[in-house]
Design a protein around this ligand. Structure first.
Ligand code: GN1
Ligand code: MG
Length: 372
């Protein structure tokens, strides 16, 4: 751990490499993500004006090639700004003298510095308008990238949302039981096993070309949409680390998993966790409303399955991390990954119970869109 002052001088010297003017005078950690470490850093510029930046340490256990992540982000943000002509608050990372948008420190850590966008974000949200707006923001994001050359993107984490492969990997780790935790989580493993086939279907559909690959965000938690505190309008979509070719139904599903639940993704009391169909509908109105014109019938039919699949997928990822010794996701306490797993499984089981209603809601919204 750094002491306060050494952290500030660290930020100041890092800022120099990105040609930031002035010195870091204060900072606050932003604890939204489970992977990277993020800080809001306030600078005092030589002209006496304060300016905020976003400093981020990229997790190199998860992102083995940060330079590829940063190249993707540069390409996507430049495209959104120039080709798609988007004039919303842009996400921007600063460059060094040799035109890199990241630096490695002597200890081998990878850091990047972005513009700080004054905004509010939501982890849990009961306001249906906010959810509808979040759906619109992710829907627009996908539409705006529809002509982006997917082949130019690095495959940051191969098979990131290939649930079939994720599950194969999970069951191999269950068999290996490397840290001896499998015995405590038999019931959770069995529930995932019962749904293995169902949750492999979308990967098979994608592989067979029955569902199209698009350029997708792949991490559509609503806290990745920045909102204007005053107008309540979405400002921009952030966290472009995993923008890669993927499935639209996964972007829809992951957002629903996070935003349409009645509780947090790591709520320990599973009796509080359910799928809220009003929230689901609001998000779907935004997302399907924006994308319906380009979605295929197969995609519309698979939206609800996308939500179920991604929820089981995340449960298996959290449980995989638990049974292999908590190496991937940041944990705040022992057993955090198991708590997350149980929360996701409870949500998944409620989605299965509400599956027909989830389907009907998407169909209804899509039909309305197509008529307009
Ligand atoms: C990770 O750190 P964050 O919140 O951006 C993870 C996502 C998970 C999410 C669950 C690269 O995202 O896939 O859905 O945690 N990102 C990566 O909260 O694995
Ligand atoms: Mg992310």
């Amino acid at each position: 751990m750094f002491l306060m002052d050494s952290m500030l001088s660290f930020f100041s010297s890092l800022g120099e490499k990105f040609s930031l003017r002035g010195e870091a005078t204060s900072y606050t950690p932003i604890n939204n993500g489970n992977i990277n470490s993020t800080y809001k850093v306030t600078y005092l510029r030589p002209d006496g004006v304060e300016k905020n930046y976003l400093f981020q340490k990229v997790n190199t256990y998860v992102f083995k090639h940060p330079e590829a992540v940063m190249e993707n982000i540069d390409a996507v943000t430049t495209y959104l700004r120039d080709a798609a002509g988007i004039d919303e608050t842009p996400l921007h990372f600063h460059h060094t003298a040799d035109r890199k948008n990241y630096v490695y420190t002597e200890s081998g850590d990878c850091w990047r510095v972005g513009n700080y966008i004054k905004s509010v974000t939501y982890n849990e949200c009961d306001d249906l308008n906010v959810l509808r707006h979040a759906g619109e923001a992710f829907g627009k994001f996908q539409m705006r990238l529809s002509d982006f050359n997917a082949k130019s993107l690095h495959d940051i984490i191969p098979d990131f949302h290939n649930t079939k492969k994720r599950l194969d990997h999970f069951f191999a780790d269950v068999d290996a039981d490397p840290v001896g935790r499998v015995g405590e989580v038999r019931a959770e493993i069995e529930f995932i096993r019962e749904n293995r086939e169902l949750c492999s279907k979308l990967s098979e559909d994608a592989e067979a070309g029955r569902i199209p690959l698009r350029v997708t965000h792949n991490d559509t938690k609503i806290n990745n949409v920045l909102f204007d505190a005053e107008t309540g309008e979405p400002l921009t979509v952030i966290d472009l680390d995993t923008v890669m070719p993927g499935l639209s139904v996964h972007d829809f599903g992951d957002a629903v998993r996070f935003a349409a639940s009645t509780a947090a993704e790591d709520e320990p009391d599973t009796s509080k966790i359910a799928l809220d169909l009003d929230k689901y509908r609001a998000f779907a109105e935004g997302f399907v409303g924006e994308t319906a014109s380009s979605l295929t019938k197969e995609e519309i039919d698979a939206m609800a399955l996308g939500a179920v699949t991604i929820t089981f997928e995340l449960a298996s990822r959290f449980l995989d991390d638990y049974i292999t010794g908590d190496k991937y996701f940041k944990v705040n306490y022992p057993g955090h990954n198991l708590v997350r797993t149980r929360a996701q499984l409870k949500l998944a089981s409620d989605m299965l119970a509400k599956y027909d209603e989830m389907q009907a809601i998407v169909q209804e919204i899509a039909a309305r869109q197509k008529r307009w």
